[in-house]
Design a protein around this ligand. Structure first.
Ligand SMILES: Nc1ncnc2c1ncn2[C@@H]1O[C@H](COP(=O)(O)OP(=O)(O)O)[C@@H](O)[C@H]1O
Ligand SMILES: [Mg+2]
Length: 264
């Protein structure tokens, strides 16, 4: 099981739509995918998919159900662990809540090839916690200066406080690849100057596309709604790239994941 985190610092840059369509693109490549909605106070993945889950992570923390019990299989093939919405106390997980997750994660995650964390905006403790768990760490930015500033703030906290060293960038909502590359260069320049330990790669560039808005309004992933749109082609390329550089020691992935958890 390979774990991936998707964060951004700033909200509204396209994390949740990216996570859903990446899950679908990996699913198309015959991978078994589980999305963990780690935006614990403000669940969005279920809404974007038009689902109304009966159970969510709150049932796990209250001890009524296990993590495996609340896994929801979507009509698209991939599965989802829904977050609770409007629950302030979830925005900062306690140590005992984390330990509860630790105890139940192995069983819940074992059946999957990929686990994707849709992380909340900001640089809170939860954001760092889920980032630290993931093997592959993705950051999403848009060409807006505020998005770049917030992505930098996130990377700074992740490298300085959590000592994480490798991230991959996805530039979203660009006019063309040229603009995407420029944004990557800009962020890379600042990171090389002020965060010299950090290795920042470029995973992909996604265009601005009206289909994304239509897809969210109709609660259907854009990969289904506009399968031939440029953004759909691009997200498939990203899925392929992620699949290709998957850990060769697949059997070790879950073990390493649990080890990272224990070392936190
Ligand atoms: N590539 C894109 N092209 C056009 N609009 C986009 C694109 N990606 C995201 N959006 C829009 O940005 C808004 C926020 O997207 P969302 O996935 O909810 O972001 P986040 O999870 O980071 O808050 C949505 O209204 C969505 O339609
Ligand atoms: Mg979101």
């Amino acid at each position: 099981m390979k774990s991936i985190s998707v964060a951004s610092g700033k909200g509204g840059v396209g994390k949740t739509s990216f996570v859903i369509n990446l899950a679908l693109a990996l699913e198309e490549l015959n991978q078994r995918v589980l999305i963990f909605d780690a935006d614990l106070g403000l669940a969005n993945v279920d809404i974007m998919l038009g689902l109304s889950p009966k159970f969510d992570i709150r049932y796990v923390f209250s001890g009524q159900l296990t993590l495996s019990d609340i896994v929801l299989k979507t009509e698209y093939g991939f599965s989802l662990i829904p977050a609770g919405s409007g629950v302030n106390e979830l925005t900062h997980l306690t140590t005992s809540q984390k330990l509860l997750l630790r105890a139940q994660m192995e069983e819940a995650f074992k059946p999957y090839d990929f686990l994707i964390f849709d992380i909340s905006a900001g640089i809170s403790d939860n954001v760092l916690f889920f980032t630290q768990l993931a093997e592959e760490k993705i950051v999403i930015v848009t060409p807006e200066p505020t998005s770049l500033a917030d992505a930098y703030a996130y990377l700074k906290v992740a490298t300085k406080r959590a000592r994480l060293k490798e991230f991959n960038l996805v530039v979203n909502m660009v006019r063309d690849d040229q603009e995407g590359k420029k944004i990557y260069q800009q962020l890379l320049f600042v990171c090389e100057k002020f965060l010299p330990d950090l290795k920042l790669g470029l995973l992909g560039i996604l265009p601005y596309d009206e289909c994304v808005k239509r897809s969210i309004r109709s609660q259907i992933p854009y990969l289904k709604l506009c399968p031939d749109a440029k953004i759909s082609v691009k997200i498939r390329e990203i899925a392929m790239k992620i699949l290709q550089r998957r850990n060769l020691r697949k059997d070790k992935e879950l073990e390493q994941f649990l080890e990272r958890f224990t070392n936190l």
